[in-house]
Write a protein that binds this ligand. Structure first.
Ligand code: OAD
Length: 235
């Protein structure tokens, strides 16, 4: 990697921690979503087949909740970086909220899907969706009542893996923000980025499971550490 001020490509992986200060629950740790719900009850294709009402109600609540939340300083800092950095800035997010977009970022890859989409399992089209799915509304495209949350469940393959691989291959700097490093393939991106020649930086409240793979770790709440990192980078 050249001097920090030289134009370079930055790939940023984000997780639930970047949205925590916006009031969206993380998944792991005290009070995390996976303490309140068993993953296998709500976040697998088998759960949806077994008890669709339970799964649809869970995601209806989450979809309604994110629409009452606002992006925080960390989301806005990444948007500023995208605007002002001479090189390319790509956000790869595991988050299914839309806070990066509402914070002003444009180059955002949602590898685990999006709450504000519904996916028609009959015609395979995704439509923007802000309301509930529990009443089995018809697909706006084909009319079939076969919509499901556009969320990548455990056992399903994350979206846009080719685009992510390309972004990682072109990255000079890989930054991980607010993710525990517990879920693959995202947890493996740091090693891939390293192998492909990128410098690696972790910004998190606490060390992630893959912390040892990063060249550098800065600990603290995202609103503080992400903002400070972007400020320093942009000078
Ligand atoms: P986790 O809940 O596993 O991890 C959140 C991370 O954010 C933890 O390391 C926290 O220490 C950190 N954190 C909490 N508050 C923070 C703050 N204010 N600032 C900075 N960091 C903070 O969430 P993810 O790693 O995103 O998948 O979870 C990965 C995937 O597991 C999710 O995308 C989801 C889940 O199952 C699907 O739903 C498909």
């Amino acid at each position: 990697m050249g001097a920090m001020t030289a134009p370079q490509n930055i790939v940023i992986l984000t997780g639930a921690g970047i949205s925590a200060e916006s009031g969206i629950d993380t998944f792991r740790g005290g009070g995390g979503l996976w303490e309140q719900h068993r993953v296998e009850d709500v976040a697998t294709p088998e759960a949806f087949a077994r008890d669709p009402d339970l799964v649809l109600r869970f995601y209806d609540m989450r979809r309604a909740a994110i629409q009452t939340r606002e992006p925080n300083a960390a989301h806005r800092a990444l948007a500023r970086l995208e605007r002002e950095w001479a090189g390319q800035v790509t956000v790869v997010t595991q988050n299914v909220d839309d806070l990066h977009e509402r914070g002003g970022s444009h180059a955002v890859i949602h590898m685990h899907g999006e709450h504000l989409n519904a996916w028609c399992t009959a015609c395979d089209v995704r439509s923007r969706w802000t309301g509930p799915l529990i009443d089995r509304p018809p697909c706006p495209v084909c009319g079939t009542r076969a919509l499901r949350p556009d969320i990548v469940w455990f056992g399903e393959i994350p979206y846009h893996m080719d685009a992510i691989q390309s972004a990682l291959a072109a990255a000079d700097l890989f930054v991980s923000i607010g993710t525990s490093g517990a879920v693959y393939p995202a947890a493996g991106f740091v090693r891939l980025a390293r192998e492909l020649g990128a410098a690696t930086l972790e910004l998190n409240l606490e060390r992630s499971q893959g912390s040892a793979w990063f060249d550098e770790t800065r600990l603290g709440p995202a609103s503080a550490v992400v903002t400070a990192w972007v400020d320093a980078l942009l000078g």
